[in-house]
Design a protein around this ligand. Structure first.
Ligand SMILES: CCCCCCCCCCCCC[C@@H](O)CC(=O)SCCNC(=O)CCNC(=O)[C@H](O)C(C)(C)COP(=O)(O)OP(=O)(O)OC[C@H]1O[C@@H](n2cnc3c(N)ncnc32)[C@H](O)[C@@H]1OP(=O)(O)O
Length: 242
């Protein structure tokens, strides 16, 4: 009997040790990830400011930061993995929609359609993304290090009120500006007849993407408002299972 109890205690101790090791590895990885992402978006922000101060125009700005932008925004795909594996307590759906819409903007609009790269609307969402991500990743980093300055917490849960709509307007205007070029070139489209017997029109797909902002964006925005109430005002919020 005594030996059974001892065995149980040993097993519990081992399981606790394993949990602690797993927790330490996860925290180390997340700290590294968040520091890298904060640095990446800071580099982007500084590069954009320097470009504008030196050239006095937004023309050519995208080209000068394209590689860094594509790298760090694509790296953010890991965030979907973080949620899916339970490494962070964030909804996979919310993160998935957020990250996929950005990846789509970066690769299937700005990278693919040269003609929109000098649009003013690009600057709108680039500034909104950059301000948001510097704040968000530094918020996560300082939280993990357990030294979170209040102004970063405040910025994380207030700036989105302006930055989110600004970013969305910039994204929608850029997709809209891309439409004529997409229609003219027939890019990424598949016309009938073809051996697969399927047709796909990227032009109409883009219109559907634009329309999908109508139901999706308010949900993301409301989610952030709920997070804001929870974190800044300590409200207990019961989220539906997402
Ligand atoms: C194929 C075609 C697809 C087309 C789709 C079309 C869709 C169209 C609609 C989409 C529109 C999006 C437009 C968008 O791109 C525009 C912009 O982004 S403009 C810039 C402004 N943006 C924002 O402000 C974004 C705000 N949104 C968010 O931050 C997101 O909701 C999200 C990134 C998902 C964060 O979600 P959540 O609010 O759940 O996270 P929290 O930060 O509160 O964190 C929750 C807890 O998890 C911990 N956590 C999360 N991540 C980390 C991490 N990396 N490291 C450490 N810890 C992390 C966090 O600390 C919280 O823990 P706790 O609960 O203990 O406090």
């Amino acid at each position: 009997m005594a030996s059974g109890e001892e065995d149980g205690a040993v097993e519990e101790k081992e399981s606790n040790n394993k949990k602690r090791t797993k927790g330490a590895i996860a925290t180390t990885w997340l700290t590294f990830y968040n520091i890298a992402m904060t640095a990446g978006w800071l580099v982007l922000g500084v590069a954009m400011m320097r470009f504008y101060l030196q050239k006095g125009t937004h023309k050519g700005l995208y080209k000068s930061i394209a590689r860094t932008l594509k790298f760090f925004q694509t790296f953010a795909l890991l965030e979907v993995g973080h949620c899916a594996t339970g490494l962070v307590r964030t909804s996979v759906i919310v993160t998935g929609v957020q990250v996929s819409s950005r990846i789509f903007m970066v690769w299937f609009i700005t990278h693919s359609i040269r003609q929109v790269q000098n649009q003013e609307s690009l600057i709108l969402f680039l500034v909104a993304w950059t301000v948001t991500e510097i704040t968000r990743y530094s918020f996560y980093t300082f939280s993990l290090l357990k030294h979170l300055p209040y102004f970063i917490k405040w910025a994380r849960y207030n700036l989105f009120i302006i930055m989110y709509p600004l970013g969305v307007i910039g994204e929608l205007m850029t997709i809209y500006a891309a439409l004529p070029y997409v229609r003219k070139s027939g890019m990424y489209s598949l016309r009938l007849p073809n051996k697969y017997n399927v047709s796909f029109d990227y032009y109409y797909f883009l219109i559907i993407v634009m329309l999908s902002y109508i139901p999706l964006f308010p949900q993301l925005f409301l989610h952030m408002l709920r997070q804001r109430r929870r974190v800044l005002h300590g409200e207990v919020i019961v989220e539906k299972d997402e």
